[in-house]
Design a protein around this ligand. Sequence first.
Ligand code: ATP
Length: 235
Amino acid sequence: MFARRKQETPPQAPGPAEVGASEALPVHLEATGVGKHVDGNVLLAPVDLAVSSGECVVVRGENGSGKTTLLRILAGTLEASDGTASLDGEPLDERDPATRARVAALIGYPTAYRDLTVIDHLVLIDSTWGGAIGTADQRADDLLVSLEIDHLSERFPHELSSGQQHLFHLALVLFRPSRVLLLDEPEQRLDTHKRGLLTEILLARKAAGAALVVACHDPAMTEAIADRVVDVVAP
Ligand SMILES: Nc1ncnc2c1ncn2[C@@H]1O[C@H](COP(=O)(O)OP(=O)(O)OP(=O)(O)O)[C@@H](O)[C@H]1O
């Protein structure tokens, strides 16, 4: 089991909106004419997108239209072939600590460790990123409660159902502080109730000042969280 970091003075426990909440500093993410092609194949036709603190842009489009490709470019893990993408006027590069400190992304499967439990993973993340309120265990518990998976905190990742695993993956991303949240189909594999919980958490993160870009196939969730919609058209 991962050794828990000890904290001497536990202040009050955080509320769900405060766990992983973004810092108060405003942020602006912008993509202008961003497109991607590889060996003559167009993965993403040029698209514009802009989002600031307290806003959510939902990216829609049919399967294969390029939503994940766009999110990868916005996360700084993929270089655009056309156009420019910037965060607060600076180029995005996931290798740059300045980008990593501001952007948290759920695109595909995050790294998980077979020998660490659910809560061990969160405490491990906390040892890197920390938090302002409460202890690491309190912060982790609070997020797990908000996702209604606190009863699974001592399970290993391979002991979770597919929907529970997805909630665990969401927890890994939501737990660390970030000013920008990029989520690729966060509603996948979740039942209606859990989609509602996730919607509440995303609205709380918006209210706390995060900028959100969410690729989403769920019309109800889109209606609830989106300030604007960007439709990606298949190349
Ligand atoms: N490494 C790659 N090399 C070549 N083409 C790729 C590669 N990765 C993805 N593609 C293609 O790029 C296009 C866009 O893929 P992308 O995953 O961005 O779509 P998407 O909109 O997220 O799809 P979905 O809704 O199914 O998740 C698809 O046609 C896909 O086949």
